[in-house]
Write a protein that binds this ligand. Structure first.
Ligand code: ZN
Ligand code: FE
Length: 259
């Protein structure tokens, strides 16, 4: 399976995974660039996977599903027009219409926080996590509580460290500016900033990235570490009561942060 990013809007990545002449797309916020790429490569759309209901993730799904008669998998706990296969925790997406070692299987993980019904799709080495985990950051809490997001991030963090994370936005460089303030003495973070600046200057995506890299540099995944607890305390003037509390404080700080 090969996975490529189709850039859309300001900073979205629509992920196209392909094998032979079959393809799937994750979170097609816009139909046009996906259809163009399918046409250009002579690909058949075998399925659409949706992580959550926001327009920049679902905007192109009805049009694409109609054009290609593709099944649409999406979170059972969100109302999304065009979803034909609602999925929930414990479900597997199984695609027999796939040219490489079918069926193509993904495990469904419910990861509430950014939205209440948000799901992620996982198979060994590959995670499509929508707006839950970002490079050096995490999604804003539009619907869920800090407790829910912390639990969701903890689940993702427990996946194998060599997992490649395909998130839906190119936010890494901007997230790293906050990370550098919240976690200034982390040498892995300084090194990552250098690497990501180089990638972006060359016009290349910073996504996917390895989960191991996030574990070492993402201030939200590291919210329970002494350095991040101290930063949260320094910013708010009170000691966090728990890792979850520290996460909540860091998330609120980041919401108000301007580089
Ligand atoms: Zn979103
Ligand atoms: Fe988004």
């Amino acid at each position: 399976m090969e996975i490529e990013a189709i850039p859309a809007f300001r900073d979205n990545y629509l992920w196209l995974a392909r094998a032979g002449r079959t393809a799937i797309v994750v979170d097609p916020g816009d139909a046009a660039p996906v259809a163009a790429r399918l046409h250009e490569c002579g690909l058949r759309l075998a399925a659409i996977l949706i992580t959550h209901h926001h327009a920049d993730h679902v905007g192109g799904l009805v049009k694409l599903a109609g054009t290609y008669a593709a099944p649409v998998y999406g979170p059972a706990h969100e109302a999304i027009e065009g979803v034909t296969h609602p999925v929930r925790e414990g479900d597997w997406v199984e695609l027999t219409d796939w040219e490489e070692a079918p069926p193509l299987r993904f495990q469904v993980l419910e990861v509430p926080g950014h939205t209440l019904g948000h799901v992620a799709y996982y198979r060994p080495n590959t995670l499509f996590c929508g707006d839950t985990l970002f490079g050096a950051g995490c999604g804003r809490l539009f619907e869920g509580t800090p407790q829910q997001m912390w639990g969701s991030l903890a689940r993702l963090a427990a996946l194998p460290p060599d997992t490649l994370v395909y998130c839906a936005h190119e936010y890494t460089e901007s997230n790293l500016q906050f990370a550098a303030v919240a976690d200034p003495d982390n040498p892995a973070l300084a090194e990552r900033r250098r690497q990501v600046a180089e990638l972006r200057a060359a016009g290349r995506p910073s996504v996917p990235f390895r989960l191991a890299e996030e574990l070492a540099t993402n201030p939200f995944l590291r919210a329970g570490e002494p350095a991040l607890r101290a930063a949260a305390a320094g910013m708010s003037g009170r000691q966090p009561e728990s890792a979850t509390d520290s996460f909540a404080m860091l998330r609120a700080w980041k919401d108000a942060f301007r580089a």
